[in-house]
Design a protein around this ligand. Structure first.
Ligand SMILES: *Cc1c(COP(=O)(O)O)cnc(C)c1O
Length: 442
């Protein structure tokens, strides 16, 4: 039985030999613990305490506070572009090359030839222009910024016409109508949710119209009695009325996608054949690089974007630029193995089965089985397009297994009351860890 008078004084408590030399963080943690002790004793929740245990508790909290909050997880959901788990994965090779710039001084804004200030946006632009066959490009923080910058530059206090079927909300509360409002552009909605015709756009054009905007229906699709206006038709209307055409692609991709995934969704090269005035897409969706917003189109328009003061707030860091430059070089050399998003998508069923079988043999054949099933790309791309995958189905109650695996940093998925470890999104260098986690959990 102890009294309030036995509660250690903070200075004396901190002198305990197990504590490191005093610092602000340790003091703060110790103060909170002692205050809690006083509170509990006053409330008669406890009547006794052991100072050595208090010391251990404070030390544990102190050590834990230095553990990283961001930590690696194994994505066994089968969803390659998992927005909650960091979207595109960057290959170690790309990061290694980029690290030379990131970890030292560089010519980020230095023109070495002339010995004067240079342009940060130049570094990726030559290669990117070659890759996309466009007049000019600009890279900003993410595609949301790209949409905002374009609308603010060209459609502030003016009208941009958009189909009602394309007023999308992307995960994380990015809503096209809201972004347009914030940018100062006036949204002129046309058509119905399921149908927007060329004539709807044509009839809406008035003296305040500056732009026809098309937005990719990233994470949903409208089926059945529906109709959208093609980009070609929008472009044609723009040319006839001297308006700007802008296509927010959401996610742009370059090489052909396997499993006919590109059927409803044209590739960047296909869209760019129409010579759009401006397009934008994410750097970390199907493009498979760092978070960025990539804008491409006519040079005189990109020049105007560069003059907008907002660009200073949306500008990209050297970390993004150097990773993006390495990804673009990988594209130009068709080294798709350096772009994990594409690499994972391109794996065939036979190969996935082989890898899954090898893992299954190590876990024990009695504990699980291999199944062939379907998955989605995720990340607001290729809506409703499923494609084949291979998973290990673990025997046992799915909800319990899901939780246990999650606590061990492996995020799987539940399908038909079975817990699945889906190989579509599994990086080969995590397979050993998967075996270890399975051996621990089941
Ligand atoms: C994903 C997406 C955005 C937002 O892109 P971020 O790079 O996540 O900012 C904007 N528009 C569309 C159509 C999208 O699919």
């Amino acid at each position: 039985m102890k009294t309030l008078r036995d509660i250690p004084k903070i200075d004396k408590f901190l002198n305990h030999k197990l504590f490191p030399s005093q610092n602000a963080l340790l003091t703060s943690i110790a103060q909170k613990r002692i205050a809690k002790l006083r509170e509990d004793m006053l409330a008669k929740k406890i009547e006794d305490f052991d100072e050595d245990i208090l010391v251990q508790e404070v030390l544990k909290a102190y050590t834990q506070s230095f553990e990283s909050s961001l930590k690696p997880l194994i994505n066994a959901t089968g969803v390659i572009l998992h927005t909650n788990m960091g979207r595109s994965v960057i290959s170690k090779e790309v990061l290694n090359k980029a690290s030379k710039v990131i970890c030292g001084y560089s010519n980020l804004e230095y023109n070495q030839e002339a010995g004067c200030r240079g342009e940060r946006y130049e570094h990726v632009s030559e290669h990117l222009k070659t890759l996309l066959h466009v007049e000019d490009v600009l890279v900003v923080n993410n595609n949301a910024s790209a949409v905002f910058l374009i609308l603010n530059t060209f459609a502030k206090d003016k009208e941009a016409i958009v189909s009602r079927g394309e007023l999308v909300e992307i995960g994380g509360s990015f809503r096209i109508p809201e972004v347009m409002k914030q940018s100062g552009a006036i949204l002129h909605e046309v058509g119905a949710t399921n149908k927007t015709k060329k004539a709807d756009y044509a009839n809406a054009i008035n003296e305040n119209t500056v732009m026809l905007m098309k937005v990719h229906q990233s994470n949903f699709s409208i089926e059945g009695f529906s109709e959208t206006t093609s980009y070609e038709d929008i472009k044609e209307l723009c040319e006839a009325n001297q308006l700007l055409d802008y296509y927010d692609l959401g996610s742009g991709y370059i090489p052909e996608l396997p499993y006919n995934l590109g059927n409803n969704e044209p590739s960047l090269p296909t869209i760019l054949k129409n010579n759009p005035s401006l397009i934008s897409f994410s750097g970390d969706k199907l493009f498979g690089s760092a978070q960025a917003g990539i804008i491409a189109g006519r040079k005189e328009l990109i020049e105007k974007l560069k003059k907008n003061q907002l660009l200073r707030m949306l500008r990209v860091d050297k970390i993004t630029l150097s990773i993006l430059e390495e990804t673009i070089k990988a594209y130009l050399q068709e080294k798709f193995e350096l772009i994990p998003t594409l690499w994972l998508l391109q794996r065939d069923i036979k190969e996935l089965k082989k890898r899954a079988t090898s893992v299954r043999n190590k876990i024990g054949k009695d504990k699980c089985e291999i199944i062939e099933t379907k998955t989605f790309m995720g990340g607001g791309t290729l809506p409703n397009r499923e494609f084949p995958t291979i998973a290990i189905s673990i025997k046992g109650k799915a909800t319990i297994l899901e939780k246990k695996f999650r606590q061990n940093n492996l995020i799987g998925r539940i399908e038909n009351d079975k817990f699945l470890i889906d190989f579509r999104s599994i990086l080969p260098d995590t397979e050993e860890d998967i075996v270890k986690i399975c051996q621990k959990v089941i």
